[in-house]
Write a protein of this length. Structure first.
Length: 237
């Protein structure tokens, strides 16, 4: 992973910590340079009455900066799109293409856009996650590599760029083809999640949930004690 450039894109602050921060910190330890792009402003991520959206957006952005620091992520970009209203549209894609053409990642990680629900886990996916996954996938292919797409970016000197691999964080068990050993970085993952103080009441519960999930994925891998799982797409030229 030496000198590889990684871009991880999600809808909300904390999504990446849950889904792939064990992998990201492992790759950083191996010499990769990682960036985050958080598309929404996280301003609706609270069930406490009286919480002001603008205050929450600020708090969540600073929690994400702290989590990134724990993991060694070089920079966090924010899309500032409205939480709960994210759409896979031209504006969002342009933002993602802009970042891709600026930092030129080898690998992009995002959320699997085809996950609607998982009955086994009692999980219904957030619409922002699906839209973030779609917008990122289509920004990787074809828009960031297509000369004719977003001519305004080309005018700014942002040349087309070909991302080689797309990793999808998936909560579906079908189609997983890549397991990453996070034995040495699980502690960092937990420490990064701990930074999102506005998002949990009882950290010990969250921690045991993360340990349990990482162990379950580890068992699935048949190789590792703790793991994260992905659908990896190697993009043909
Ligand atoms: Zn989320």
């Amino acid at each position: 992973m030496k000198d590889k450039i990684i871009l991880a894109v999600s809808a909300h602050e904390d999504d990446l910590e849950f889904g792939c921060s064990g992998t990201i910190s492992k790759w950083i330890k191996e010499g990769a340079i990682a960036y985050y792009l958080i598309l929404t402003d996280g301003s609706r991520g609270s069930n406490i009455e009286g919480t002001k959206s603008r205050d929450l957006a600020k708090i969540r952005a600073s929690e994400e900066q702290n989590a990134a620091k724990v993991l060694g992520v070089k920079e966090v970009f924010f899309g500032h799109f409205k939480d709960g209203e994210l759409k896979d549209n031209d504006e969002v894609r342009e933002k993602i293409v802009r970042i891709i053409r600026t930092i030129k990642p080898d690998i992009v990680i995002t959320m699997d856009p085809k996950i609607l629900y998982n009955a086994e886990f009692g999980y219904i996916n957030h619409p922002d996650h699906i839209e973030a996954g779609k917008a990122t996938m289509f920004s990787v292919f074809p828009y960031s590599r297509n000369l004719m797409s977003y001519p305004e970016l080309l005018k700014e000197g942002l040349e087309p760029h070909k991302v080689k691999e797309l990793y999808l964080v998936s909560f579906d068990r079908d189609g997983l083809n890549t397991f990453i050993d996070i034995n040495d970085t699980l502690e960092l993952k937990i420490e990064a999640l701990k930074q999102h103080k506005s998002q949990y009441d009882n950290f010990e519960n969250l921690k045991s949930h993360i340990m349990m999930m990482s162990e379950m994925v580890g068992r699935e891998s048949r190789k590792y004690k703790y793991a994260e799982a992905f659908i990896k797409i190697q993009i043909r030229d």
